[in-house]
Design a protein around this ligand. Structure first.
Ligand code: TXA
Ligand code: MG
Length: 317
């Protein structure tokens, strides 16, 4: 079921099978976006509520125009600068985007991933007439997103093997956090989910100030208060914390923060980028060790640190 043969994945996806695919952010559970029964199975496999919209993945910014009816100039500039890359744009949908994909909303989310395996896969599928892949993160709904093929196997292996679906192994995801989602239906960008493309990046590239609130905020499942959660309880602490730590507890912080006595260190990322890259693997490792609690010292700062803290706060909720 796990393969690194891109041609095999192309054939499977073109014939209605599901295939977990590597992207630079996290692994996605992909299906042909125009194959209703395959898309329905994505919801079943993940145990995802039917009204949560999916992201359509395409090979190039040009291909995104088949799914998004129109974009403001700032969004055209943003996609030209960032795609392929860890950015999802939500825009007014075309007729191609079904209610199943959009959750019945008038908008559709589209992204052009940069992972070379995803790029090759999408390019080859396009030549076979497949115009896009839906690909929510390849985890059970509400769980931690997968950043390598064995994470996908742990969450969805049983479903995928039973149904003769695939996992395309492209190694570790480079970023490790889901894409930045930007709403592009108005005069200003609205960030629906922070990620590796930061607010500062968006303002620098577009020359437009990011709006702080949306008047008609669409649904984003990653914005539920509790999401991205391991089984262990995640507790956010200060570096100087002197609380009494229970048994069977793990610890995650930047490398310069020493390990409190009695805690099992799950990771020592040297940089903020490393923190994002290792975060989900560390949370999953805590579950593999049957830890009851994982104490985390949040990284400080703007940019990617904000995206990490967004996920940590939801994991801790
Ligand atoms: O990095 C990523 O974006 C990964 C990789 C696999 O591409 N995908 C991902 O998919 O994180 P998912 O389904 O786990 O998260 C997609 C988010 C959901 O929270 C969903 O609600 C939101 O995108 N979304 C999709 N369509 C939307 C729309 N029309 N309006 C607002 N939010 C939308
Ligand atoms: Mg997800």
């Amino acid at each position: 079921m796990i393969t690194n043969d891109i041609a095999q994945a192309v054939a499977a996806l073109a014939s209605g099978k599901l295939c977990a695919i590597p992207t630079e952010t996290v692994y996605g559970l992909a299906a042909n976006a125009l194959d209703e029964s395959a898309v329905l199975r994505v919801f079943t496999a993940k145990d995802r509520p039917a009204d949560h919209p999916l992201i359509v993945h395409v090979a190039t910014a040009q291909d995104a125009n088949e799914w998004i009816a129109e974009l403001p100039q700032w969004a055209i500039d943003l996609t030209a600068a960032v795609w392929p890359g860890p950015l999802t744009i939500v825009g007014t949908r075309t007729a191609l985007a079904s209610d199943l994909v959009t959750g019945g909303q008038g908008t559709v989310a589209v992204r052009v991933p940069s992972h070379p395996v995803a790029q090759e896969l999408l390019g080859k599928l396009k030549m076979q007439g497949v115009q896009g892949l839906v690909a929510p993160s390849a985890n059970r709904f509400g769980h931690v997103s997968p950043t390598n093929a064995s994470h996908v196997l742990a969450d969805l292996g049983e479903y995928l093997s039973t149904n003769d679906d695939l996992i395309l192994d492209g190694g570790d995801c480079q970023v490790g956090l889901e894409s930045t989602i930007v709403l592009a239906t108005g005069p200003e960008p609205v960030i629906l989910r922070p990620g590796a493309i930061t607010l500062a990046d968006i303002e620098r590239i577009t020359g437009v100030a990011v709006a702080t609130t949306s008047t008609d905020a669409p649904r984003v499942s990653g914005s539920l208060d509790s999401h991205y959660s391991p089984l262990a309880k995640v507790v956010l602490i200060d570096a100087e914390s002197t609380i009494e730590f229970g048994s069977a507890a793990g610890f995650l912080a930047l490398a310069q923060v020493p390990t409190p006595t009695g805690l099992l260190r799950l990771g020592s990322p040297a940089t903020i980028d490393d923190f994002a890259h290792e975060l989900y693997g560390c949370l999953r490792a805590g579950d593999d060790l049957n830890l009851e609690t994982i104490y985390v010292v949040q990284p400080v700062g703007q940019g990617l640190a904000q995206a990490i803290n967004d996920r940590l706060q939801r994991a801790a909720f």
